[in-house]
Design a binder for this molecule. Structure first.
Ligand SMILES: Cc1cc2nc3c(=O)[nH]c(=O)nc-3n(C[C@H](O)[C@H](O)[C@H](O)COP(=O)(O)O)c2cc1C
Length: 193
């Protein structure tokens, strides 16, 4: 069984994190979840009072962001990579500068140093030079910078379908086949309404 770390930060888009966790579970991936303290407000706002519980229930293992002694803080932990979704500008900058100031940023730093796949889904608009600079630094370190932009060619009819397609691409970039969750170019899109 493969293992992946999923980091959830306080940017908007916690529904994407939930869908990523569910798709990874469908793909029989053992997920290790770390949710930043900053994410609690956005999760409550976007997924409701039970949002955090939903995320935790969708993960195989949950780690507290303060627990820098968790297995995922070490390069000796065998994981295929990490997805940070959604990724706030704060966490993006912290990862780009190797801060490791909580378990999420530490696990991302470890993922980079171990030359494993790090996929970040930064969510902010518009972007100033500091945001772009942090993204460039991370791209140069080998991270996949994957803003959660919808693939319109799949003609998603609902927000849920759009979330599913975006999440599937993050899963795919992390090296896991999202299977039927991802419509690939050349496959039949759903009929026009
Ligand atoms: C409802 C809500 C939505 C937010 N959306 C974003 C966002 O899209 N992008 C972002 O960078 N920060 C956003 N923030 C601000 C972050 O949560 C804040 O900067 C926090 O300190 C991030 O900490 P973390 O990276 O440790 O999670 C949002 C905050 C709230 C309450």
């Amino acid at each position: 069984m493969s293992r992946l770390i999923v980091g959830v930060t306080g940017a908007s888009g916690s529904a994407l994190a939930l869908e990523v966790l569910r798709q990874l579970s469908d793909a029989a991936v053992e997920t290790h979840l770390v949710v930043s303290r900053g994410a609690h407000a956005s999760i409550r706002h976007e997924l409701g009072e039970t949002g955090l519980s939903l995320l935790e229930a969708a993960a195989a293992r949950v780690h507290a962001p303060e627990n820098l002694a968790a297995p995922i803080a070490s390069g000796s932990f065998s994981a295929g990579g990490m997805i940070v979704v959604p990724c706030s500008m704060r966490s993006l900058a912290a990862i780009a500068h190797g801060l490791g100031d909580n378990l999420l940023t530490r696990a991302a730093d470890v993922t980079l140093k171990e030359k494993r796949r790090l996929v970040v889904a930064p969510r902010e608009a518009p972007l100033h030079e500091g945001h772009l600079d942090a993204m460039l630094r991370l791209a140069r370190m080998g991270a996949v910078i994957a803003p959660p932009v919808p693939p319109f060619y799949t003609r998603p009819a609902t927000i849920e379908a759009m979330i599913g397609e975006i999440a599937a691409r993050l899963v795919n970039w992390a090296g896991i086949d999202p299977g039927e969750h991802m419509t690939r170019w050349g496959e039949t899109p759903p009929p026009l309404r």
